[in-house]
Design a protein around this ligand. Sequence first.
Ligand code: HEM
Length: 395
Amino acid sequence: GIGRRRFLAGAAGLAGLGVGAGVTAGGAAALRPAPTECTFGSETVDFHGDHQAGVTTTPPAHVTYVGVDLVPGANASVLGGILGIWTDDAARLTQGRPSLSDAEPELARLPARLTVTVGIGERVFTVADKEKLRPTWLRPLPAFGIDKLDPKWGQTDLLVAICSDDPMTVAHTVRVMVNAVRTRIRVRWVQRGFRESRGAQADGATMRNLMGQVDGTVQPDSSLHDSLIWDDGSAQPWFAGGTSLVLRRIAMDLDGWAELDRRGRELTVGRRLSDGAPLSGTSERDDPDFTAIKNGLPVIPASAHVARARRTGDRDRFLRRAYNYDDPPNGAAISDSGLLFAAFQRDIDAQFVPVQRRLAEHDALNEWTVPIGSAVYAILPGVREGEVLGSALHE
Ligand code: HEM
């Protein structure tokens, strides 16, 4: 066979003649790429505002969720120290500036739509001695029959969600933010997720999940959008502009799913695989018609995921912002894949729980999906310049 050196020399010769331009895998073009214009590395998302970024902002391609616990003996002042550092770090890093303690400041130069979103778990209100400020919905979800929860992915005291189109930026931001508070916290878990790479498909196109489905089409519409997502401070004035996050790690049985034919897959969800159109319609944005009948049978079965998940009124709705995960498998399995399902809503009890209850009762998709992790957080209101996240909890 042809030796690696001869192969490379040959390829270099060809590239020198201008032959094979654009060749990348193993070719000389990969070793000496022509400089091209940088496209989105410098794009930023505002950090300051009524709301934290990373909820309704367009999801970048990568996310890392970091779940951490406060060290034993922590109190409001420890919490304040952490949130002070995180606010300052996030304000800088999201704008392409290194944090104060940045050991690798060059890695802060390309935010690529970096957002940092901070959430707090129920226990923090006890630790900070601020029980009275806890939103009523911030408590463990009810147990659902479909759950096979692994405590490894369970509730933590604090959450930082870091999103960017550049995984280097995500890794650096995680490192900086965890390192800066390392004596006050223990990292419990890190969950990494991804969507299609930026530029691989049109901006604004709905993502696909690893079962191949177009996922994320139906979202709260604009007229109700704000009231469904953002808290207005009527129950807890300090929380105006905040929201809640339900983060569920849902494993997919991709081997089992592969045994199902295409028709079966489409009936399971109620939408076409090719373009995400409802089985009763012709394009992705068409409203599903759950009354449509063909050959005496419902076009969208009552057991289909979208039929079961469909809102029954104005309240049982929320913003879905999922990412895929695909981790190294254990044992004999060839994959460990699924969805980092994230639902944002103003009130978990009124909005998320009824839908999850219906799906747990019955949903054709349950045959191939299993929730293995679950946690809920209060996503703190946004801050203005000079303010610290969650100040009502630690001042
Ligand atoms: C819709 C997939 C889990 C709630 C959809 C759609 C897909 C999908 C492909 C149709 C397109 C769209 O509107 O986005 C999945 C997968 C899941 C999962 C693969 C797990 C791995 C969940 C969970 C919930 C949920 C846990 C809530 C508890 C919804 C809702 C809709 C939806 C509300 C919109 C229904 C409508 O009004 O048409 N999902 N989903 N999904 N899903 Fe899921």
